[in-house]
Write a protein that binds this ligand. Structure first.
Ligand SMILES: Cc1cc2nc3c(=O)[nH]c(=O)nc-3n(C[C@H](O)[C@H](O)[C@H](O)COP(=O)(O)O)c2cc1C
Length: 192
């Protein structure tokens, strides 16, 4: 690995929304690497406060889509509901060949504040993102407020919370360039 290749991987990572994904299946090797690399994130006291539910079969993605749709209908005031928004939310698991529910498993005995466990999980998601970038996949961490409340669907234990869905897929051939910008690092770093 070179500094150049590390810089490239990190700076080329982009959030790419599911409408730009092709339906092409992602290989077992890549899916397994996304999941295994997630578990190599740093965790205070090595609590490893996570579990991942992988929606890969069409049947499981359809069930996820229906849950998102029902949640939207049940939790959005009727006057605010639109067909476009409903289709956008429920369509994502069908556009993406891979959806992964990000589950926070708080360790009650660790004495750690919740934010440290959430931070560890965010590091895990970054590992997933980078694995996708390195293997040519688009990826998107989606945090629909309504879905995170769906405890029964994810079969969450008392100490667990869903922190969103991670979608990934190969890009369609006609996808645009996905650019992004950041503040100059010199504005946010103080070197003493
Ligand atoms: C914790 C977290 C939650 C996010 N949730 C959403 C979301 O619900 N909807 C969305 O459009 N983007 C979401 N994003 C993606 C951000 O919009 C995206 O990272 C940001 O626009 C910067 O683009 P980049 O990832 O290409 O650098 C989320 C990102 C993070 C870190």
């Amino acid at each position: 690995m070179t500094l150049e290749s590390i810089n490239q991987l990190i700076r080329n990572r982009r959030t790419v929304f599911t409408e730009f994904y092709s339906q092409e299946e992602i290989s077992d090797e890549v899916v397994n690497s996304i999941l295994e690399n997630a578990t190599w994130a740093p965790t205070h006291k090595k609590t490893q406060p996570w579990r991942f539910i992988v929606y890969r079969s069409l049947e499981s993605r359809q069930a996820l889509s229906e849950m998102l749709r029902d949640n939207y209908r049940a939790n959005t005031p009727e006057a605010d509901q639109t067909e476009i928004k409903e289709k956008k939310i429920s369509g994502r698991p069908l556009q993406a060949p891979l959806a992964i529910a990000i589950i926070l498993c708080k360790n009650e005995d660790s004495g750690l504040p919740e934010w440290e466990e959430v931070a560890a999980l965010a590091c895990a998601v970054q590992n997933m993102y980078l694995t996708c970038t390195g293997t040519g996949l688009g990826a998107f961490w989606s945090t629909p407020g309504l879905a995170t409340k769906e405890r029964a669907f994810y079969n969450l234990a008392e100490n667990e919370k869903c922190l969103g869905l991670f979608y990934a897929g190969k890009l369609k051939e006609q996808s645009p360039e996905f650019g992004s910008t950041r503040k100059d690092w010199k504005e946010v770093a103080q070197i003493l």
